[in-house]
Ligand binder design. Structure first.
Ligand SMILES: Cc1cc2nc3c(=O)[nH]c(=O)nc-3n(C[C@H](O)[C@H](O)[C@H](O)COP(=O)(O)OP(=O)(O)OC[C@H]3O[C@@H](n4cnc5c(N)ncnc54)[C@H](O)[C@@H]3O)c2cc1C
Length: 266
């Protein structure tokens, strides 16, 4: 499956929206989740194939070093009537594949994708919702906030590079939202965990969504389980990416990391 770039929009200095469309998305549909994601496939620069390639066929026909580079991105919106798929990419400098691709995407460019999958939707039976993350979790948190009914209560803490990086994130629910600003110091990794340590929790059962940078997600998970008494079934935790690691390197160690993260609180 593939989409053609219809238009792009720079939502903030660090977030680029890419809207895909065209006949290559025929048959696309999303599961009942607000964190649905697709697997993107990018041809390496020296690949003898391109355009709307079939990743399975490429793997059959080419050596490993020519296989497509894989990345996961959240479905920010799927509009079945228009056949348009919206993805929001963090652009984090020149390193990497997906961020630089999005930063220079132009109408007509082709993006190969597979999926989607996903598993979280705010539980309507919860008394309130806690949503924590960085810019990479903004698409899922934005979709989740839009899906909440009026009368629901959400507490949202997001970390970003400064006021120009904030988004409005509309919701029918009552939302207590705070953006935390990095300063460039090592202590930036503590911003999100520290803000949750200091938080006075509303009463009742919380359903939590904690996605973003791995070490931040791990610290938050430990706190929510060990100190706040959340149950695992009331949390969706996912270390999306890891500081100073490309996604290839991160995927190699992720299984072991997640096992250690799960062992943090037995
Ligand atoms: C299920 C799932 C859904 C995701 N949804 C989204 C989404 O909707 N939008 C989104 O932007 N990301 C999303 N991510 C995260 C994204 O897949 C990773 O950030 C990915 O590593 C980016 O690939 P890249 O090619 O740009 O950089 P890579 O080649 O993987 O990394 C290059 C360098 O950039 C650093 N880096 C990677 N990501 C970031 C970041 N977000 N901020 C700062 N530095 C970074 C790495 O640590 C590395 O040093 C999602 C991840 C998962 C698992």
């Amino acid at each position: 499956m593939h989409g053609q770039v219809m238009r792009t929009e720079r939502l903030t200095p660090g977030l680029v929206r890419v809207v895909l469309g065209g006949p290559g998305l025929a048959g696309f549909s999303i599961p009942d989740a607000t964190d649905a994601y697709v697997n993107l496939a990018f041809a390496p620069p020296d690949a003898p194939y391109g355009g709307a390639f079939d990743p399975a066929r490429v793997r059959d026909e080419h050596p490993r070093e020519l296989w497509p580079v894989r990345r996961r991105y959240t479905v920010r919106r799927w509009d079945p009537a228009a056949g348009e798929l919206t993805l929001d990419f963090v652009v984090h400098g020149d390193a990497g594949v997906a961020g630089p691709w999005a930063a220079s995407a132009r109408p007509g460019d082709v993006l190969v994708l597979q999926g989607p999958s996903g598993g979280y939707r705010p539980d309507p039976a919860a008394d309130w919702h806690l949503m924590l993350g960085d810019e990479s979790a903004v698409p899922a948190i934005a979709a989740s906030l839009e899906a909440l009914p009026s009368g629901a209560v959400a507490v949202v803490r997001l970390v970003c590079d400064g006021p120009a990086h904030e988004l409005s994130l509309p919701s029918p629910a009552s939302v207590d939202r705070v953006w935390l600003h990095r300063t460039g110091a090592d202590s930036d990794a503590d911003l999100l965990p520290a803000s949750v340590h200091d938080l006075a929790f509303p009463a009742g059962r919380v359903h939590a969504f904690v996605h973003g940078e791995a070490d931040e997600v791990r610290a938050l998970r430990r706190h929510l389980l060990a100190d706040r008494g959340l149950s695992r079934s009331d949390m969706s935790c996912s270390p999306y990416w890891r500081r100073s690691m490309s996604d290839e390197v991160w995927r190699e160690v992720k299984r072991e990391y997640v096992a250690a993260m799960e062992a943090d609180v037995a």
